[in-house]
Design a protein around this ligand. Structure first.
Ligand SMILES: O=P(O)(O)OC[C@H]1O[C@H](OP(=O)(O)OP(=O)(O)O)[C@H](O)[C@@H]1O
Ligand SMILES: O=c1cc[nH]c(=O)[nH]1
Ligand SMILES: [Mg+2]
Length: 209
């Protein structure tokens, strides 16, 4: 699918299967999410721009590769995005962090926004937006609307599971933002949950239901 990358690495797929199981505990779910997020981070940053700097090893001088440009921003869609954030920060400790508070109204499935905080110079950076679930797409679309209002032009959206309906709406709203996901599931049910899915990511992560 155009603009959508499915991360099919065997370790990602194996961990995702355990996360989907209804008997997986809150502690297990959280640990797996942290583990899987480092692997997803590895893939979503695979083609970052590089430059070179001259360094001296104990043997000789060399032109060695380093990342080009300003530090990354990870933008977490609260709450569940924070589950992906921690593992990603393990891998890129110098990344800046933005928090975007959005939840879905259970009746209308519209995104309700309640918080936004970002680095002042976010417009000059590559922003990787993280949320485990892309269901209707409303939350991700609203979060990206806010980031675009702040002048951000260079973005990627990373999730664990996506529904075909959400991907379609997302790509129509933000065709310039590539999507990375570990799975495109079958469909949304009548309540807007991803099927087969893994249930409510925030509730499973924090044990709130
Ligand atoms: O694509 P959508 O239909 O908008 O659904 C996806 C959103 O739903 C979940 O959040 P939720 O509203 O449950 O908030 P939470 O993270 O605080 O639990 C999930 O983490 C996404 O943010
Ligand atoms: O299946 C879904 C859909 C939205 N949010 C979730 O956490 N799970
Ligand atoms: Mg939730």
């Amino acid at each position: 699918m155009d603009g959508v990358t499915v991360i099919d690495h065997p370790l990602v797929q194996h961990k995702l299967t355990i996360m989907r199981k209804k008997e997986t505990s809150t502690a297990g779910f959280r640990r797996l999410l942290r583990e899987i997020s480092t692997l997803l981070c590895y893939e979503v940053t695979r083609d970052l721009e590089m430059t070179h700097e001259t360094i001296e090893t104990p043997m000789t001088k060399m032109e060695a590769p380093i990342l080009e440009g300003k530090k990354l921003v990870f933008a977490s869609i609260l709450r569940a995005g924070n589950g992906l954030l921690e593992g990603m920060l393990d891998l890129v400790p110098s990344a800046r962090v933005s928090h975007v508070g959005v939840y879905r109204d259970h009746e209308t499935l519209e995104a309700i926004e309640y918080f936004f905080k970002a680095p002042e110079d976010i417009a000059e950076r590559l922003v990787i937006i993280v949320d485990p679930m892309l269901a209707t797409g409303n939350s991700a679309i609203a979060a990206i609307d806010r980031l675009k209002e702040r002048g951000v032009t260079n973005m990627r959206f990373l999730c664990l599971l996506a529904a075909p309906e959400g991907i379609k709406k997302f790509r129509e709203s933000h065709p310039d933002v590539p999507v990375y996901t570990a799975s495109i599931d079958s469909h949304l049910n009548e309540k807007g949950y991803i099927v087969p899915g893994l249930g409510d990511a925030g509730d499973r992560m924090y044990g709130t239901k």
